[in-house]
Design a protein around this ligand. Structure first.
Ligand code: ZN
Length: 116
């Protein structure tokens, strides 16, 4: 049995902006994310993935979730179980964008200068 990733759906009235096409995304999902830093220390974080019906049309496991949004529009109590199933299927296979280490270093440098 494999450990399941904890997935959070960030629900808001404003649709998320897709980082790939800058269009309207369907949902923003936060998934756990880990990597090993230069010192060999595992780092655990979370990252957001936007589901986009244009960019994710050919993404494995995305089609049932996109269809779900077309049919139901938004998450309600009576559709929660089916939604959780298709959301999990997609999120477990979703590709996490590679970490932008340069942006992270810039941010840390700004932190060090007290600019943030
Ligand atoms: Zn897109």
């Amino acid at each position: 049995m494999t450990a399941r990733r904890r997935i959070d759906l960030a629900v808001s009235d404003e649709p998320p902006t897709c980082p790939r096409c800058a269009g309207r995304g369907l949902a923003l999902v936060r998934v756990p994310y880990g990597w090993t830093n230069a010192a060999g220390v595992p780092v655990r974080s979370r990252t957001g993935i936007v589901l986009c019906e244009r960019c994710d049309a050919d993404t494995p496991h995305a089609a049932p979730l996109i269809t779900w949004f077309h049919v139901h529009g938004r998450v309600r109590d009576d559709t929660g179980a089916e939604f959780a199933r298709v959301l999990r299927a997609w999120a477990e296979h979703a590709e996490v964008p590679p970490l932008d280490e340069r942006a992270l270093e810039d941010e840390i440098a700004l932190w060090g200068r007290g600019a943030l």
